[in-house]
Design a protein around this ligand. Structure first.
Ligand code: F6R
Length: 368
């Protein structure tokens, strides 16, 4: 039931705030997190030397955000591996390695096989999954359900938000166990996480510019997405969604890579979405992305910035600014991705496409 929405995807985008609330529900205390990961108890987690996150597609992009948060907060090396690459290359695994799988459906064949491979090599396994009782959580030692509610549209939206939140919760839990963050620092993140649902509601309420933008761009042939740090996976996700449901060639790349090749693509009129971190949080990172913007702008690109509401520095260079509220750096992707999801949805709609059932794709990829 689409509940009055034109598509399941539109409905699911609108459910972002509640999905995030549900992922956090019962897991936040006054000043910290309270996670029960069953056999992956405090002793086991303190003995972990390395984490590998395996996933595919959008879930893998959420994992790239998770990597930054977990490494920063818990000081454990984290790698992200596409599940299908992981298991065909004899990865190094032992009982001090935790393999976290991320899957909305819990049925993705490659991710399932990666988990089985990890377990057979003695690694510890944790599933972050949205579907109760699915295969991957059943094959894992412990599970953190995201509780985002069923996702019907092929393109993943609210599940991505919930996957990021699940990993943030895990990162704080691990940081607490390992003593790598002060209680005050944890409390600050928790307080900011509690604000996310309302901030998401604000982002959703401000969609009109995205709608106009999508109409204006319905004949566009190619769109680039640029980001740095946790904005990089957001850029990749924005590009994937556009390919998937709008059938427009789109590519996401890291800002620092521009000079190493992609800048050759910039010609007058090329549309580039730029995911901009808040200048208040990350002045250095912010100045780097602003210089990226200047470089491509000077070559005639049209800039659409996803930027924090108070960021005046992007205004002179951006053709359009899609605003998001201020939050902490690791939490920014949860807000920044939403205008990109809506943009893909609006553009596909403007092109008259079936957003819920894009061609050639299935909701869960249960074959290799
Ligand atoms: C993109 C999308 C896919 C899935 C990927 C993994 O919008 O939906 O890229 O994210 O197929 O699926 P799950 O999370 O079910 O393992």
């Amino acid at each position: 039931d689409k509940g009055g929405w034109s598509s399941f995807m539109a409905k699911e985008v609108s459910e972002g705030p509640i999905a995030v609330e549900n992922t956090m529900r019962g897991r936040l205390t006054d000043r910290g997190v309270d996670l029960d990961l069953g056999v992956l108890d405090a002793d086991v987690l303190r003995g972990i030397h390395r984490i590998v996150i395996v996933a595919c597609g959008t879930a893998a992009y959420s994992a790239m955000v998770g990597k930054y948060a977990i490494e920063t907060w818990a000081r454990v090396p984290v790698e992200v591996d596409l599940a299908h690459e992981f298991r065909y290359r004899d990865p190094m695994l032992d009982e001090h390695t935790l393999v976290i799988s991320i899957s909305q459906s819990g049925e993705t064949m490659d991710t399932k096989m990666a988990v089985q491979h990890a377990a057979s090599r003695g690694a510890r396994t944790l599933s972050i999954c949205n579907t109760q009782g699915a295969t991957i959580p059943r094959e894992s030692e412990a599970v953190l359900y995201t509780h985002a509610g069923p996702e019907v549209a092929v393109a993943s939206t609210k599940a991505f938000l919930a996957q990021v939140i699940g990993q943030l919760l895990f990162g704080l839990h691990l940081a607490k166990l390992r003593g790598t963050m002060t209680d005050d620092a944890i409390a600050e993140v928790v307080a900011e996480m509690r604000e996310l649902p309302d901030e998401l509601r604000e982002v959703l309420a401000e969609q009109t510019s995205v709608h106009e933008l999508a109409h204006w761009m319905s004949d566009t042939r190619s769109v680039l997405f640029l980001g740095r740090h946790v904005g990089y996976p957001v850029a990749l996700e924005g590009a994937l969604k556009l390919k998937e449901i709008s059938y427009i060639h789109a590519e996401g790349f890291a800002g620092g890579e521009l000079k190493h090749g992609p800048i050759a693509l910039i010609e007058p009129g090329q549309v580039v979405f730029v995911v901009v971190p808040s200048p208040r949080n990350e002045p250095l990172l912010h100045s780097k992305i602003v210089s990226n913007i200047q470089e491509i702008r000077a070559r005639g690109a049209r800039i659409i910035a996803v930027a924090e509401a108070g960021d005046a520095a992007v205004l002179p260079y951006a053709d359009v600014v899609l605003r998001v509220p201020l939050t902490l750096p690791m939490l920014e992707p949860v807000l920044q991705v939403v205008p990109l999801h809506i943009f893909a949805l609006e553009l596909a709609t403007a092109k008259g496409l079936d957003v819920d059932q894009p061609r050639n794709l299935a909701k869960s990829v249960t074959v290799e």
